[in-house]
Design a protein. Structure first.
Length: 129
């Protein structure tokens, strides 16, 4: 299955929803989608519908993390599937990325909107003084 990517505009935050596999030959769409969000404060990768990720996909996540830090964007991962979460733990990337789940967002009183998968999508709520 090809990787499908949709971008949802929530003012300072962009939610990039991924559907399919983040694997060799399928990463360019995600790379371009995230890099196009350079004016955002936060970019959230919704991984709830990602079936698989390989070394190329992990490499892309590491690249995007470095790019986001360099340009001052908070890159977060959200709702990774069990397989993706296990791979992030195995590679110790779970200590590098901020990984959000529904429980995290509810406990911090963040915004909840429906996701493409029909599951709640959680986003940090920014407050201006």
């Amino acid at each position: 299955m090809m990787l499908g990517v949709t971008i949802h505009d929530l003012r300072e935050t962009a939610v990039v929803r991924c559907v399919g596999r983040i694997v060799m030959g399928e990463t360019e769409t995600l790379r371009k989608a995230v890099l196009s969000q350079s004016s955002r404060q936060t970019v959230v990768l919704d991984l709830a519908r990602v079936d698989a990720i390989d070394g190329t996909g992990i490499g892309l996540l590491v690249f995007l993390h470095g790019w986001a830090r360099a340009v001052g964007i908070d890159l977060q991962l959200m709702n990774p599937t069990r397989h993706v979460r296990e791979l992030l733990q195995l590679t110790n990337l779970d200590s590098v990325f901020k990984i959000l789940s529904l429980d995290d967002a509810v406990s911090r009183h963040e915004v909840v909107v429906p996701s493409a998968a029909g599951l709640p999508l959680t986003l940090p709520m920014s407050v201006s003084d």
